[in-house]
Design a protein around this ligand. Structure first.
Ligand code: PMP
Length: 390
């Protein structure tokens, strides 16, 4: 991988390496970017101009309007803003929100928090074995009391896609708002607010080779007016996110969006072929391997692979310097299996044996060779250790 000798980075869904063109675009802002974008003097105006161009580019990635881009510190904040902001402004006759069972923690835990504090009644939309929301299952939960439905475009652990246009149609039929966390899909697939029928989408810069700590909530003017802010202050970002702008970050994010829009179609094909070769070779060279999630409806860069009888944390540790990840989370000092895989009906054991490989712009053929070799060695070793300890 670019810049990292002898290391293979296959954790793009965790965070992707910054594109050198993004760094170039940010440098002038970092060196000479004095001035607060809210100030009327020419330094401020120049900052505001740079941020406005970034908004244009972010909006273009999702077919939105630049004036409807609310810059945030990432998708976590965008997700919090939309759930909490919508509930805060909700009419009394719409107390319910629906979130899918495989949402990122920034949606699911925010929903739990709202429920716990009695601010909203939350229903979780179950997913199929393949890891996606069946629109009919959603329809059974919908009613005129639903304020908001939140279903992600692509899952970060499995890459599985939801039928968002159909889901939004069902949500709108009962007058609910539809939010789509498009963090993992944007930059990889054509995402279009109108085509998806989304009232809001959440985006994150560091998942598309931009800088960390920047993201956005993009909506329509009307949907954004239906939110209240989380962060109060000087009224920046349509009064939804106060605080002096991180202009360099926004410019980097904007450049990352511009590149993604230009290159995603070609990248889709190239990365998809690499991912498919990776999965095929893992299955060919290692016994008892399967993929989790419906492989016919995935973003092209992700494979979630189960190595039966091999603990994934141990496999990942033994694959070093190849960086891959497990969906397990550390909770109160113990390692919990991936909530996403459990929601898809996998047993705890199966979930503990699953590894996520996520590729991207700088992944090469030789990275795939190295990853397969490392996985073969690591899985054999971990399985042998298991046999010995029995
Ligand atoms: N949503 C999804 C689907 C994600 O994969 C992530 C990052 N893992 C987030 C939200 C959070 O994004 P950020 O790091 O920008 O807060």
């Amino acid at each position: 991988m670019r810049g990292i000798v002898n290391e293979v980075y296959l954790d793009y869904n965790g965070s992707s390496p910054i594109d050198p063109r993004v760094v170039e675009a940010m440098l002038p802002l970092l060196y000479d970017g004095v001035g607060n974008a809210s100030s009327a003097h020419r330094f401020g105006r120049s900052q505001a101009g740079a941020a406005d161009q970034a908004r244009e580019r972010i909006a273009a990635l999702v077919g939105g309007a630049a004036s409807n881009v609310v810059l945030t510190a990432g998708a976590t904040e965008a997700n919090n803003l939309v759930l909490r902001g919508a509930v805060d402004a909700a009419p009394a006759d719409r107390p319910r929100i629906l979130v899918s069972a495989v949402e990122h923690a920034s949606v699911s835990r925010t929903a739990q928090w709202l429920d716990h504090h009695g601010l909203a009644a939350v229903d979780v939309i179950p997913v199929s074995d393949g890891g996606f929301v069946d629109p009919d299952t959603l329809a059974a939960l919908l009613g005129p009391d639903v304020l908001l439905v939140s279903v992600m475009a692509a899952n970060s652990e499995t890459g599985v896609l939801n039928s968002v246009a159909e889901i939004s149609r069902r949500a709108h039929a009962v007058g609910a708002l539809f939010h789509c966390d498009a963090t993992q899909a944007a930059g990889r697939l054509a995402i279009d607010l109108a085509g998806m029928g989304a009232d809001f989408v959440s985006l994150s810069s560091h998942k598309i080779c931009g800088p960390g700590g920047v993201g956005a909530l993009v909506g329509s003017g009307r949907s954004l007016r239906s939110l209240r802010p989380l962060i109060h202050g000087g009224g920046h970002e349509r009064n939804l996110r106060s605080g002096s702008l991180n202009v360099a970050g926004a410019v980097g994010f904007g450049e990352a969006c511009r590149i993604a829009l230009d290159e995603r179609a070609a990248e889709f094909v190239r990365v998809g072929l690499l991912r498919d070769r990776l999965a095929a070779e893992l299955k060919h060279r290692i016994p008892a391997v399967c993929e989790n999630g419906d492989v016919s409806r995935r973003i092209p860069n992700t494979a979630n692979v189960r190595f039966e009888g091999a603990d994934a944390e141990a496999v990942v540790a033994n694959m070093d310097p190849v960086a891959v990840s497990t969906g397990s989370a550390c909770s109160s000092g113990s390692i919990e299996p991936s909530a996403v895989l459990l929601a898809m009906g996998l047993s705890r054991d199966a979930a503990y044996e699953s590894v996520r490989f996520s590729l991207g712009r700088f992944t090469t053929d030789s990275d795939i060779d190295a990853a397969v070799d490392a996985a073969v060695t690591a899985v054999e070793y971990v399985r042998a250790m298991n046999r010995e300890s029995r």
